[in-house]
Design a protein around this ligand. Structure first.
Ligand code: SF4
Length: 259
């Protein structure tokens, strides 16, 4: 459910909303999807919780995306016909095969972007993230990085990638310096594979720096000191000293934005 919701959306709001949907429908969300689908109007109570990017909000109203994604999730559950998705995914030898299985379903393919599929497979399959659907059979080195805008931004601003792919020519419109993460993914995966055999931890780490330390609009950016240090959610987890941990080698190419 979170993977369905956490696309062009504010990640914290997508995760909170998924929990609230569960609180609304209870175990029926997983065991009686038809019943939830019939009562999908109950989502109206949560419509202000879910925050999506203005870019997609121009295509369809926010509540429309909300109903489409939750509805799609419930229909997919019905298609599984009481099979546990974890059992289906555990049959595959690699995370890549599991991702292909998910993308092979037209409904999933229509709602879940490639990046979100990789994100989901990393959450449920990486041996150190708690679920480990393959019971340790999937080697960490076989995972594919999701690479969202925040991850692409960190690799671009630090100079870890030499070529930055961005939306348009310099000066041609307000979004010319927004990076195209999906096109940069193969290069970022290659650079990461040269340094680490655990690309998922690199991806998750860059994502956290991208949303907590390296703000898109540069406001309160933490290169030399972090204004959010007293209230930061990840400070203790990453042993932060009050400024960005990449400051020593980062090229600070502050031109590039994630969104
Ligand atoms: S040093 Fe500054 S520009 Fe570089 S990653 Fe950290 S916050 Fe971003």
């Amino acid at each position: 459910m979170v993977a369905f919701l956490d696309q062009q959306a504010e990640s914290p709001s997508a995760r909170k909303t998924a929990i609230r949907i569960y609180n609304l429908f209870g175990d029926a969300l997983f065991y009686k999807p038809q019943q939830c689908l019939i009562n999908i109007n109950k989502l109206v109570a949560l419509k202000d919780d879910y925050k999506i990017s203005p870019a997609i909000g121009r295509v369809l109203p926010r509540f429309g995306w909300f109903v489409l994604r939750v509805g799609g999730f419930l229909i997919y559950e019905m298609m599984l016909n009481r099979d546990k998705l974890s059992d289906r995914l555990a049959q595959f030898r690699t995370p890549k095969e599991a991702a292909s299985f998910l993308q092979g379903n037209p409904l999933v393919e229509s709602i879940l972007r490639e990046k979100a599929v990789r994100m989901y497979v990393s959450w449920i399959g990486h041996p150190d993230l708690g679920i480990d659907v393959s019971y340790g059979r999937w080697d960490k080195a076989l995972f594919e990085m999701p690479v969202d805008g925040h991850v692409g931004k960190i690799f671009s601003r630090t100079g870890l990638v030499s070529e930055v792919i961005h939306e348009a020519k310099k000066g041609s419109g307000g979004r010319w310096n927004v990076i195209v993460a999906s096109k940069m993914r193969p290069t970022i995966q290659e650079v990461t594979n040269n340094y680490s055999d655990d690309c998922i931890m690199v991806d998750h780490g860059a994502f956290q720096l991208g949303i907590n330390c390296c703000s898109d609009n540069l406001e309160g950016i933490a290169c030399d000191s972090c204004p959010r240090s007293p209230v930061c959610q990840i400070k203790s987890k990453i042993g932060c000293k009050g400024y960005c941990m990449l400051q020593d080698f980062c090229e600070r190419n502050l031109t590039w934005r994630a969104y």
